[in-house]
Every structure is written in C-alpha cells, then in structure tokens.
Write a protein that binds this ligand. Structure first.
Ligand code: COA
Length: 434
C-alpha cells in the first residue's frame, strides 16, 4: 500500500491508539519536550483498563504516569529523575534503572528492556513519507526501531530537525494527529556566582574547542564569556537557546572540527520557541540517536572536545556525585560519564565539572571529606579532570590524592575550609600547606 494511503488508514484518536497496549506490556515513552502529551493523557484517562504496564522514560516532562494513583495499572521505570517524578522515585513508588545515556538503546536491542510499544511524537511526513523526531531523537528513535508497535503523535509544531533523525510512515502502526506548541524551557537567571564560575570555565575553553554544554545557569554563564573565542564547535548531548547567538555571530562555526565538520551535533533539545524555530529545517544541525552522539568512542573523535557538567557533591579524592543525595535519587548519570570518558579519550580533550561551592543557601558545602553514605559515584576520581567553583579551578588529572585534596580545599567555600583542612590533616598525617 502507498504510504499516503497507509497514513490515512492508520489515523485514529488517542483513545483508540492506546488500546493497542496490552496488560503487562513495556511502553517506552518519548521524553523531555518530545513527550507525546496527547498519548500520555489518553493513557492516564483510561488507566483503569490496564494492569501492570511498564512505562520507561528518561527525562520526564509531565511525570503524569509516575503518580501513585496508577498503582497496579502502571509501573513507572525512570532512567533519569526530574522534578515531576523525583518524589515517586524517592518514595519507592516508581522504579529507577541506572544506565549511561548512550547505552539506553542497547538495553532495547538486547531485550534487557523488551520494548512492546513505543509512544513517540514526530513531525508530519514530508513528500517522501519521512517524519522527523524533532527535538528528541536520543533513545526515542532506537525505541521505535525495536518496538513491536509504534504509536506516533503527529504534531505540526514539532520542528523538523535533520541528520539521522527520521522515521518512515511505513515503520509506524498508529497515527494520532494532535497539534500543540512544544513546552518551553526559559533561560535561567544567571547570578554572580554562576558568572564567576562561567568565567573560570571559559578560561579552560580553547579556540577550536568542541563543546558539550548542558542546560542551566552555569552553561549559559559560560557561553556569555565565549564571544572572543575562535572557531568553536558543538558535539553535545543537548543544547538550549544559549548557543544561538554564538552560532549566529560565527563564534560557533564548526569549521575546524576534526569529526563531522560544519555540523552542530546533538541528540535532544530543550529551550524556547526561538530554539525550535532555529533548528527547524536547519541543515547545520545534525541530530542523531544517543548511542551515536553520546558514544564515548564517537565523542573522542573530536579533537579538543570540552565537556561541562555539574555535581551535587565532590569528595577530597575527586569522586563526583551528580545523581543522588545519599540513598535519595535526585536525577541520574545522564550523559555526564559518556562525555567525561569521551573527553578523556580524545586528543586535547577537557572535562569540567562546575558547581557553586555551597548548596541550601550556603548551609552545605558541596566539597566534602567523604561522600554521603548511600550516594552513587557518577564520575570516578580516575576520570575526573577539572573541578570549578566560584573560588577557582582545581586540576585533578595526574595529581596525587594529597595534591587533589589541597586543590579542592582551595576552591571550597571559606566557611567550610577549616573542617576540610582538619579532615585532610587527619587523613594524611601532615599540616595543610597554607
Ligand atoms: N546537599 C544537599 N542539597 C543539595 C546538594 C548537596 N550536596 N547539592 C545540591 N543540592 C540541592 C540544591 O540546594 C538545590 O535545591 P533547591 O532547588 O531547593 O535550591 C537542588 O539540590 C539542585 O541543585 P543545583 O545546584 O541547582 O543543581 P542543578 O539543577 O544545577 O543540577 C545536577 C545539578 C548535578 C543535579 C545536574 O547537573 C544533574 O542532574 N546531573 C546529572 C548528570 C549529568 O550531569 N548529566 C549530563 C547532562 S544529562
């Protein structure tokens, strides 16, 4: 059958489409701004028709299906907790699976997570029958490739991103046309602390560096200090509005990239409508699945790859905790280790872990003698490279444990240095060099 006829035949309401899901199925749900909200609403409305359906998702948007009221109907399996699912994960109602972002598709391929149904959101088809996954290729496209059944919400507001980012109508089983503007993530406010951290981080970024920047005030602050750099490039898990000005000004031009030159490479996007308009049909933006973009071997092909991530806690040996607070899951590993490893393997690679020196309005130091019991180490002290706070830069790679501790104490908040020094002196049986 011609794909256009197939498209028309597959069109149905969301309520009809979710009837394709059976009790006990595993459903992989698109995430972040690519979460197919119409399909989520239909599932939640009809929840009493389901028993033990597992919902797998990375970055949550609505978090709707993780709610306790669906107990017995849906089991929410989080691969990365966010604001809307954190409580459910922490109180044990939702499940949590630790996994490197780039290995999520492998879980599907090797049937460690056996995908019965993929619920995705895509653009309308082009003249050849291809729909773009738009802002979210990541694990969503691999899930659709592995699923027995693919239910697609077709949304004309989804930007049509290019790269290896498409699915053909022949690979879809149910179409639900539902058009709504994508949710927006507003740029964060950048405070003085973030500005200082941004300036330090920018000093570590060389001309021709290939950047991996996440979301948040620190990456955005770093970007404001890059105006004088030359020939920067992007190979990043995600990006946001912050890079648009630098691309438009030619500071990020990908011209000297050793791998995939002339292209900004990414696997998902979160930002405002300005970002969604910017990436729409933009041939310089190459979007692809996360097992490619975040694969450390691929990342390492980028000379001067420079990754920037954050942390909840760092101990005096340089172990980085980024996803947990004690036994409580806060987020997950995400792509942090993918990029830290990739940078470690690359020619002139640099990885930066940057964060304000304190949390909870200055009451807690993020640099601590020992990580909190129960916390999971995200980046090990074998891989850690630079640690940055508003008090400076501490180089870890190649340093002894003692030198690391000294460097970290020197960038800790002054209010906490005495207790860190006491721990240092007891541990190493020597006086702290002042
Ligand atoms: N002890 C207690 N509370 C802490 C804390 C600590 N050591 N560190 C942070 N917090 C609290 C903060 O006070 C803040 O609480 P509030 O919202 O009530 O003010 C909250 O935790 C978030 O802290 P913040 O510093 O604003 O974190 P962030 O939003 O910048 O996120 C990470 C930092 C590490 C959690 C985040 O980068 C992440 O999830 N990383 C995961 C791995 C990764 O880096 N992946 C790559 C991109 S996917």
């Amino acid at each position: 059958m011609n794909w256009k006829d197939k498209y028309n035949k597959m069109k149905m309401t969301a309520d009809e489409a979710v009837k394709l899901i059976k009790d006990g199925d595993t459903v992989v749900l698109g995430h972040a701004m690519g979460e197919p909200q119409e399909l989520v609403e239909a599932l939640s409305k009809n929840y009493q028709n389901y028993k033990d359906v597992e919902i797998v998702q990375m970055v949550p948007f609505t978090g709707e299906l993780s709610k306790e009221k669906y107990e017995g109907h849906f089991i929410y399996n989080s691969l990365f907790a966010g604001g809307s699912t954190r409580k459910a994960v922490q109180n044990g109602f939702a499940e949590f699976t630790p996994v490197f972002f780039h290995e999520v598709p492998k879980l599907f391929r090797e049937k460690l997570i056996d995908v019965n149904v993929a619920m995705i959101m895509v653009t309308p088809p082009d003249e050849h029958g291809y729909c773009s996954f738009g802002v979210s290729i990541d694990y969503t496209r691999p899930a659709a490739q592995e699923a027995d059944i693919v239910i697609a919400q077709v949304n004309k507001f989804m930007p049509r991103t290019l790269g290896n980012s498409m699915i053909h109508i022949n690979e879809i089983d149910a179409i639900v046309e539902s058009h709504h503007k994508l949710p927006e993530l507003q740029p964060p406010a950048i405070g003085d602390i973030e500005k200082k951290i941004g300036e330090y981080c920018a000093s570590l970024i060389k001309d021709e560096a290939v950047l991996q920047l996440g979301i948040g005030a620190i990456p955005d602050a770093v970007l404001t200090f890059l105006g004088d750099k030359k020939n920067l490039a992007l190979h990043t898990e995600m990006f946001s509005d912050g890079v648009i000005d630098l691309i438009e000004n030619g500071v990020i031009n990908n011209s000297k990239k050793s791998y995939m030159p002339n292209l900004s490479v990414s696997t998902f996007l979160m930002g405002t409508q300005r970002l969604y308009d910017f990436v729409d049909n933009n041939p310089s933006i190459y979007m692809a699945s996360v097992d490619f973009v975040n694969n450390p071997a691929v990342i390492s092909k980028n000379r001067r790859i420079t990754s920037l991530n954050s942390a909840i806690q760092v101990d005096l040996t340089g172990q980085v905790v980024a996803g947990t607070m004690g036994h409580k899951i806060f987020s997950g590993v995400g792509g942090q280790v993918d990029f830290v490893r990739g940078a470690a393997m690359a020619n002139e690679g640099v990885s930066i872990i940057a964060f304000p020196s304190t949390a909870s309005k200055g009451k807690i130091s993020k640099i601590v003698p020992d990580i909190t019991a129960g916390s999971m180490v995200t980046t090990t002290n074998h891989d850690v490279d630079y640690i940055v706070t508003e008090f400076g830069i501490a180089k870890m790679r190649g340093k002894t444990l003692k030198k690391r501790a000294e460097a970290l104490i020197n960038i800790a908040h002054p209010d906490f240095r005495d207790e860190l020094i006491a721990a240092y002196e007891e541990r190493y049986n020597c006086t702290f060099p002042r």
